[in-house]
Structures are given as structure tokens and as C-alpha cells.
Ligand binder design. Structure first.
Ligand code: 6R9
Length: 647
């Protein structure tokens, strides 16, 4: 994939004429957001209803110590902001249009009035189950309206949700339930995706079997297939609804009370429970949604992310609903029943803003233009991408074919830890550069530093940091605040380190070059290589494992595992298949290795460190540029690995 492209794609004239914000207005507002931060952020806080208005904005300095707080003396409720206030102002407006996996099944249309009564009833069910303020509630659900209800219902009563993606295994789910001492689980009998059924309830049973004990498991009936209900613990949602009404007040929460925990991979084996709090996160998701997508009241917004990822939190559950927007949620996958599914949905519902991931764009691009062009896409006004670097070829296809060259593309860079969009162009305001995310969002101060932490000016390439806090920033790692500091603030003194490499050009545009740590990005999903290694060494036949990413045409990066079996274990293709299945079982289908490379030895330094740099080069087909190999304890190991390379 060629990533370096310096072409400028000018804003289409119609989009420019129509834009709410010009490049000049962006410049002025951006400068103000930095020069008069306090006033700027207090005015942005006005996007949210407060039970008690904040009188102070934030602690945005990371020095002399990191103590991030935003709108500290304010009180609010996130659910009120996403639901009740719109149920009062625009009760008949659609909030959620839910498109089923099967295109012939019924679409669900939920207006704000119904959303309010459904969410309030859901919240009363949670109360009846014994959930109270501050309790952690694990949500393991398919992409149906009840997944969003569950999140909002937690927010309504001040409980802290932890959504676990349905593609994670029972083992991974168990770790995430234990990790935040969650005593409540919300799930479905099963989920439907691409015509297949995913046994969510059975996975919950397996996760809880002999593991953490849950007080209560709430089960939403989706497919109707038989499941085992444990008496005293498990309850059907539809039965629980019978005994509750829709009167449930929104709990007043302090701005810095936690709203949710979301587990994400880091460079060590154990996923981190990233903690977001209420006030800053709501202001950040509400304002970034409005700005990055130039949101208008008559838009229909379609974000294809699952609620199991941060994009599904910020731009399915919270950002659009905080703006009172109408959004489409989709239960299925882009290529079922065929590869025109997204475009069929766009035509059917007249989607105006589509927000998806490069991996989906690449997979659909491979099918040619016909599946796209046979559908009417004239409703599209803005196209967005997120999750990983987009290669210019995919960007151009998205722009030229999906958007007929008339629709602005926003390439939004951000992270679980940033809560919302940090770098993007503004649609209609800014010229676009394929592969370049663009400019900082209001209030964001990006900084490129060299490996010694020295800031680089002007055109530069290095490590991407952010030098001051913004409202949507994560506040902690659940149960391990020291790890929060260690992970994000110890690499470069006084700076938040993103873990990404970046370039900045003469116009101040940023291009993300990818992770510079041991995190790989597989189809837009973050995966710690250490996590996969830990799973591999759990297998009785494995002595040692080293996992790296390598360029993959569709997924962006694939998972390449070098494995040394125990002495006496035969290196067979059966063992390879078994190890692939083993990782899948331990972590889930998202982590299925692309290649298992069995090897008698791994390249190590004389002090015994695995030389991952070399392993990355070999997996990436760059074995002719291995660089310095003089520190290797046994250079012959490398030749054997090159000969056996699978990618
Ligand atoms: C929102 C989300 C974060 C990592 C991030 C970076 C990569 C996300 C990107 C992008 C280039 C973009 N990333 N968006 N890289 N261009 N537009 O994806 O959060 O799952 O935490 O992943 O994804 O490497 O550091 P998360």
C-alpha cells in the first residue's frame, strides 16, 4: 500500500458553498480555543443541559502534575442530554432507525418520545436487579437498539457501563468482568450477523462458569433460540419489563463521576479499562459530532461501528443523540447478503452522513464499482473514515465512486483515550489530502516530538503527542491509576503520548503513520501483540511466542505469530491450526492469527531480548533490509526464518 501522497483534493464547490464553517472561521475559532480556553470551553459547555452549571472549565496543563478535570463543579446527567431533553423538544423526531441483519426483516423506528420511555423502563429494570449508582455493568450485546438503551439506562441511574464487543471470547469477557468487579451483565440470547447466529448468552454462561459470580444477568430475546437460564441469576428483559413503569428520574451526576469503562489493548498483555467521566466527555462528543460532520437537523447519520468500540460509544450512543440527531444503526455486516449492503441501506433510508472504517472501504473496493453505482447515493452529504490510516487508493475510491467526487471526505483521527475526534478536516471548509487526517479540532494542541522528546517545528515526522488536556480525555485506567500515568505520561515529560507516529506538512496537516508501540491495528481493531503472545504461551505445546503485525491488503495489518514449540513437539500444520483455534478461543475471532510460523528458535540479542524489529521486517517481506543484525546471538536463526516466511 502506497501511503505517501501529497495531492490536494479541493473542496467540491457545492460543498464549499453549503458549509457552515469556512477555513477562515476555523482559523479564528481554533486560535480562540487556545488563547481564551476558559471562555471557549464554558461556551461549548452550553451544548449540554446542566443540572448545575459549571463555573470553571478545565485543568488542561499536564505539568507540574497530571490532574485532569473538566467542568468540575458542574452537575448533569448524560442520559437526560441524549434522551429526555429531545423527548421534550422534538418528541416525534426519529432518534434511532434500526436496520436488521436480514434486509427483508422489519426496520425499527424509534422516535425520541419512545426512546425516553424505553430507556426509563430499562433503567427501572436495572434498579430492580439491584444496580445502583457507581456499580459497574457489563454489556455484551449485538448491534440492536437495546444495546444503546442499556448504555443510556446505566447513565440514567449513575451506573458505569463496560461494553464488551460481541466478538470477544468467554475468556476475554471473563477478564473484563473481573477487571472492573462487575456484578451485572446485560446480554442477548444470541446476535445475528451476516446470516449467522452468535451465541452471546452461552458465552456469558461460559465466562461466569467457575469464574466471577454475577448477581444478575439480564437477557434480551433477539433470535429466540434456546438458552439456559440460571434460576435466581438470569432474567428475561421482556418479562422484567412487565413489572416496571417508565417513570425513572435522571440521577444528578458530578461532571467528574465516571460514565463508562472501555477495555482496550495496550503494549502489555492485559487490556486496560479506560475510564471516561461525564461532563467533559459529553461536551466533547456533542461538539466534535456537530463540527466534524457539520451536522444539520435534517441529516440521517449512519456510523457503522459496533458499540463494543469507542467509535460506537462516541458516535452511536452519545454524540449523535446529544445533538438530538436521527441515526441509523445496523445489526449486520457490509457484505451480507452481498457486497452492496451498505449502499442499499444508504439508498433505502437516504443516509446523508456515512462514517465507516478503511478496512470496510478496502474490502468493498475490491468488489468493483458496480455494487455501489447501482444504488442511488444522492442523499450522501459527508463521508467519514476512522480507525486506522487510510491508504490514498482507498480514500480516492471512497471519494470518487461512493461520493461521485462531490462529497467531502473527513478522515478523523482519534483514540479510545481521546474520547472523540482530535484531527480532521472540516467538511466544506478544508481542502482534502488523501491519507492525511488534517488539522486539530478546536482546543487540541498536537505536538510532534523526536525520540528524545524534543518538539519539532514546521514540516516534521516523529511521535505524536498532545500537549494540553481537552474535555474528552480519559481520566484513568480502572483500578490502576499508576498505569494511566505510566502508559500515557511517562514517555515524554509533561505530554500525553498517543503511541502513534505522525507527519506534519507545510499546511499543518497531520498524517498518521501508524503505531510506534507494540499495538497493531487489525481491521481497525486495536490488538496488543503481547495479548496474543500471552494467549499462545498458555498452550501446553508452546515454549515461546513473538507476535508482530504485517501489511495486509484488506485488514490494514495482519497478525503474524512466530512460535517455538516445546522440545519434542512436532512442527506440523495440525499444530498451526490448533494454535490458531486456541488464540481464537482465548481472545475471540477478532484476534485470529493470519500466520503461525513454527520455528526452532527466535532471533535474540546476546542479552536474550527478542529482536522484534527483525521479525517485523521478515513478516513484512522486507528481509533484504534487516538493518543492523550484529547484536544477534545467533545470526543463523534469521536465515531459517526468512526461508520459512509465510506472508
Ligand atoms: C477511534 C479509534 C486508536 C488507534 C490510533 C491510531 C488508529 C484511528 C485513525 C487512525 C490513522 C485515522 N487510528 N483513527 N490512524 N488515521 N483516521 O479507532 O480508537 O480503537 O482506540 O484506536 O487507531 O493508531 O492510535 P481506538
Amino acid at each position: 500500500m502506497i501511503m505517501d501522497d501529497t495531492t490536494i483534493v479541493p473542496v467540491p464547490a457545492t460543498a464549499k458553498a453549503d458549509a457552515s464553517c469556512t477555513a477562515e472561521q476555523y482559523r479564528t475559532a481554533y486560535a480562540r480555543s487556545l488563547d481564551e480556553s476558559e471562555a471557549f470551553w464554558l461556551s461549548q459547555a452550553g451544548r449540554i443541559d446542566w443540572m448545575k452549571k459549571p463555573t470553571v472549565a478545565g485543568n488542561w496543563k499536564f505539568a507540574p502534575k497530571v490532574d485532569i478535570k473538566w467542568f468540575e463543579d458542574g452537575q448533569l446527567n448524560a442520559c437526560w442530554n441524549c434522551v429526555d431533553r429531545h423527548a421534550i423538544a422534538t418528541p416525534d423526531r426519529m432518534a434511532i432507525i434500526s436496520e436488521p441483519d436480514d434486509p427483508d426483516a422489519a426496520v425499527r423506528r424509534i422516535d425520541y418520545r419512545t426512546l425516553k420511555s424505553d430507556v426509563a423502563r430499562f433503567a427501572n429494570v436495572l434498579k430492580e436487579m439491584g444496580v445502583s449508582r457507581g456499580d459497574r455493568v457489563t454489556i455484551y450485546m449485538p448491534m440492536i437498539a437495546e444495546a444503546v438503551y442499556a448504555m443510556l439506562a446505566c447513565a440514567r441511574i449513575g451506573a458505569v457501563h463496560s461494553v464488551v464487543f460481541g466478538g470477544f471470547s468467554p475468556e476475554a469477557l471473563r477478564g473484563r468482568i473481573e477487571g472492573c468487579d462487575s456484578r451485572f451483565v446485560i446480554t442477548a440470547d444470541a446476535g445475528r450477523r451476516g446470516g449467522k447466529s452468535i451465541a452471546l448468552k452461552a458465552n456469558v454462561d461460559a465466562a461466569l462458569d467457575g469464574g466471577p459470580s454475577a448477581d444478575a444477568v439480564l437477557v434480551v430475546r433477539v433470535t429466540g433460540e434456546p438458552v439456559t437460564m440460571t434460576p435466581g441469576r438470569d432474567r428475561w428483559y421482556h418479562e422484567a419489563l412487565e413489572s416496571v413503569d417508565d417513570d425513572c428520574p435522571c440521577a444528578p451526576m458530578n461532571a467528574e463521576d465516571p460514565l463508562f469503562i472501555l477495555y482496550t489493548s495496550g503494549s502489555t498483555g492485559k487490556p486496560k479499562g479506560v475510564v471516561h467521566t461525564t461532563g467533559g466527555y459529553m461536551v466533547w462528543t456533542a461538539s466534535t459530532f456537530a463540527h466534524a460532520f457539520d451536522y444539520r437537523e435534517d441529516d440521517l447519520f449512519f456510523c457503522t461501528a459496533d458499540v463494543g468500540w469507542i467509535t460506537g460509544h462516541s458516535y452511536v450512543a452519545y454524540g449523535p443523540l446529544a445533538n438530538g440527531a436521527t441515526q441509523l444503526i445496523f445489526e449486520g455486516v457490509p457484505n451480507h447478503p452481498d457486497e452492496s449492503r451498505f449502499w442499499q441501506i444508504v439508498e433505502k433510508h437516504k443516509v446523508s452522513i456515512l462514517y465507516t472504517a478503511p478496512t470496510a472501504i478496502r474490502a468493498l473496493m475490491r468488489e468493483g464499482d458496480a455494487p455501489v453505482t447501482k444504488h442511488d447515493r444522492s442523499s450522501l452529504r459527508i463521508l467519514g473514515t476512522v480507525g486506522e490510516p487510510i491508504n490514498p487508493e482507498a480514500w480516492r475510491w471512497y471519494h470518487r465512486v461512493v461520493g461521485d467526487g462531490q462529497v467531502p471526505v473527513v478522515d478523523t483521527w482519534w483514540q479510545t483515550e481521546t474520547g472523540g475526534i482530535m484531527l480532521t478536516t472540516l467538511p466544506g471548509a478544508h481542502d482534502m489530502k488523501p491519507g492525511w487526517a488534517g488539522l486539530p479540532m478546536f482546543g487540541v494542541k498536537p505536538l510532534i516530538v523526536d525520540n528524545d522528546g524534543r518538539p519539532l517545528d514546521g514540516e516534521a515526522e516523529g511521535n505524536l503527542c498532545i500537549s494540553e488536556s481537552w474535555p474528552g480525555q480519559a481520566r484513568s485506567v480502572y483500578g490502576d491509576h499508576a498505569r494511566f500515568h505510566q502508559t500515557y505520561f511517562s514517555t515524554y515529560e509533561g505530554l500525553y503520548f498517543t503511541g502513534d507516529g505522525a507527519k506534519r506538512d507545510a499546511d499543518g496537516y497531520y498524517r498518521i503513520t501508524g503505531r510506534v508501540d507494540d499495538v497493531i491495528n487489525v481491521s481497525g481493531h486495536r490488538m496488543g501483540t503481547a495479548e496474543v503472545e500471552s494467549a499462545l504461551v498458555l498452550h501446553g505445546d508452546v515454549a515461546e511466542a513473538a507476535v508482530v503485525g504485517y501489511p495486509h491488503d484488506i485488514k490494514g495489518q495482519g497478525i503474524y505469530c512466530y512460535v517455538t514449540p516445546n522440545a519434542g513437539v512436532a512442527m506440523t500444520s495440525e499444530l498451526e491450526a490448533e494454535l490458531r483455534a486456541h488464540v481464537r478461543k482465548e481472545i475471540g475471532p477478532v484476534a485470529t492469527p493470519d500466520h503461525i510460523h513454527l520455528t526452532a528458535a527466535l532471533p535474540k540479542t546476546r542479552s536474550g531480548k527478542i529482536m522484534r524489529r527483525i521479525l517485523r521486517k521478515i513478516a513484512g517481506g522486507e528481509s533484504d533490509s534487516l538493518g543492523d543484525t550484529s547484536t544477534l546471538a545467533d545470526p543463523n536463526v534469521v536465515d531459517a526464518l526468512i526461508a520459512g516466511c509465510k506472508a
